[in-house]
Design a protein around this ligand. Structure first.
Ligand SMILES: [Zn+2]
Length: 569
């Protein structure tokens, strides 16, 4: 009898414990969905992840069929070889367990689990919107009639629409639809990549490649022929790279397209760069400088002499920034000469010269000639050799304002880079006025962005980033973080969730503090701490502050600057 009572007691306690736990979770449900997910993660001793903070690749999510994923409340979010990381809401849900068993047994795939919220899963599932079109294609051969894209452009309102239309359209029109879709979505590049059994179509929108549709392999030959015809390439040659260009006539403009074809193991792969001439350049206050940085820039660009450097990888918007400086200071009484490779934007009232390895003139040769032209401001596309570095520094020291770019990851890195280019350390501080480093991030679509309450552990991590920001620069740092921002995609942003881009920055003007360090020949970490002492906010911190304002997302800051919130498990 006693035994039975004891067992009953134990069972009752266990039941009670489970009940309390569930009620805790229930209570949290009303507080925040993310907080509830962390409670579930704790319950099962599994890591919690917020998929609004970590970019997930569509290809990986597509590793398991949409129907299965939705039924079982799972998403594959990471994949290394045959090891998956799978996001689940409840590891004990019947359908979830069933699918996981099937993956392990039938497909021999190992996985580890992370707990996510329902919202996170929905976000991952948006990757399934890539359509596959395999039917309704009649292999009718190549038709080369001259069509007008305008009609198609009018009819296509979004990428989703394009997918629908692609399946209704015959092969002869497919190329026009692809180009119309690219123009409509303001893509900069179209990638047509053959795989073993399908053709992958991707657009680059705001700097990021987006999967659009998988096309049946049989349309490949037609698209390749069309591109070759239009670009005046050799139709019968498919084993060497070819490039060319063609124009597309829209209602009242002509759009130029640069085409490139490269042989690959599954057939020729095509990249089409859409050259838009509508780039007008941004104004200084449209670049996204915070108040502290805007003041720094304003102070420095009006100086008559010295050098301003922007740094960052290719495509980080360095040239756009320099151009906005030029636009700001451009006036008839000032002579501005630029040396570029190639000339990206034409600007009224300034003299632009193309230089480069494939031209007759190198940067250094051009620069020597330019200095003799008595300019006030010289823009040198890039400083990448000792000779260009030396002449630029000399020009900056002898009555010219020099604007240029350097290929380094952060602002502090400009100093060791200049030393590496054999610049005399004693000349660096007198010549350099300002060093800027930058990246471009996509802006959240204003039509579909929404606030949500993140988990406490996410808030703690954000606060940790904020706690390192120097406090002597007057930048407002939020004390409390109640909500952060995400987007789910809408017809206005072609279901991407982002629209347009903005810069995130770090910068430092030269100070005696930094000069001392340079002259002591110390490491770049010493340079960095001197710069921080002077008040510099890092690119990542500037990005996190912009994300907290809802201008961009933390997911985007992570994509561009790397680790902020780790992918656990
Ligand atoms: Zn939107």
């Amino acid at each position: 009898m006693q035994r039975v009572t004891k067992t009953n007691d134990k069972n009752q306690k266990k039941e009670l414990r489970e009940k309390i736990q569930d009620e805790t979770i229930k209570r949290l449900y009303h507080k925040s969905e993310e907080e509830r997910a962390t409670a579930i993660a704790n319950k099962f001793n599994l890591p919690y992840v917020d998929l609004n903070l970590i970019p997930v690749e569509a290809e990986i999510v597509n590793s398991i069929p949409e129907e299965d994923a939705r039924k079982a409340d799972v998403a594959v979010i990471y994949k290394v070889g045959k090891k998956f990381q799978i996001a689940v809401i409840d590891p004990e849900k019947y359908e979830t367990k069933k699918l996981l068993e099937k993956i392990k047994k039938e497909e021999g795939i190992n996985y580890n689990l992370v707990i996510v919220s329902q919202d996170s899963l929905k976000k991952a599932w948006t990757s399934y919107k890539i359509g596959t079109v395999t039917e309704k294609f009649e292999d009718s051969g190549v038709s080369l009639k001259k069509e007008d894209l305008t009609e198609f452009e009018k009819g296509i309102n979004s990428i989703i629409d394009l997918k629908k239309r692609v399946s209704e359209i015959n092969t002869t029109e497919i190329f026009n639809i692809i180009m119309a879709g690219a123009i409509k979505t303001k893509s900069s590049d179209v990638h047509i990549e053959p795989n073993l059994d399908y053709i992958r179509l991707r657009y680059r929108v705001d700097g990021v490649l987006q999967d659009i549709v998988k096309l049946p392999k049989k349309v490949h030959r037609i698209i390749v022929s069309r591109v070759k015809m239009l670009s005046k390439m050799k139709l019968n040659i498919s084993n060497i790279p070819q490039d060319g260009h063609f124009g597309i006539n829209l209602e009242n403009t002509q759009i130029n397209v640069r085409s490139s074809i490269l042989p690959s193991s599954f057939g020729e792969s095509i990249v089409l760069r859409i050259l838009s001439d509508s780039i007008t350049g941004l104004k200084l206050d449209e670049l996204g400088f915070n108040q502290y940085y805007l003041e720094k820039v304003e102070e420095q660009i009006i100086k008559p002499t010295g050098m301003i450097l922007t740094t960052g990888p290719t495509g980080s918007g360095k040239t756009t920034t320099l151009y906005s400086f030029i636009r700001r200071i451009n006036q008839p009484s000032i002579k501005i000469i630029t040396l570029e490779n190639p000339v990206e934007y034409r600007v009224e009232g300034i003299s632009q010269t193309e230089v480069g390895e494939d031209k007759e003139m190198s940067f250094a040769d051009g620069l020597k000639a330019v200095v003799r032209q008595d300019p006030d401001i010289i823009m040198v596309g890039e400083v990448r050799d000792p000779e260009t570095a030396e002449i630029s520094i000399q020009a900056a020291l002898t009555g010219h304002m020099v604007l240029s770019t350097l290929h380094t990851n952060n602002a502090a890195g400009a100093i060791p880079r200049l030393l590496h280019l054999k610049v005399n350390p004693a000349l660096i501080a007198p010549a350099i006025n300002l060093v800027i480093a930058q990246r471009l991030v996509r802006k959240l679509c204003p039509h579909c962005k929404e606030e949500y309450v993140p988990a406490q552990e996410t808030i703690d991590k954000i606060k940790e980033v904020l706690s390192n920001i120097p406090r002597n620069n007057g930048i407002k740092i939020p004390n409390e973080i109640k909500v952060i921002y995400r987007s789910s995609g809408c017809s206005k942003c072609n279901f991407i969730g982002y629209s347009g881009r903005i810069g995130i920055y770090e910068m430092f003007p030269m100070t005696s503090n930094i000069e001392k360090i340079i002259l002591k020949d110390t490491s770049s970490s010493d340079i960095m701490s001197a710069i921080r002492e002077d008040g510099m906010i890092s690119i990542k911190e500037d990005g996190v502050l912009k994300a907290l304002e809802g201008l961009t997302s933390l997911e985007e800051i992570r994509r561009v600057t790397g680790e902020i919130f780790s992918r656990k498990g």
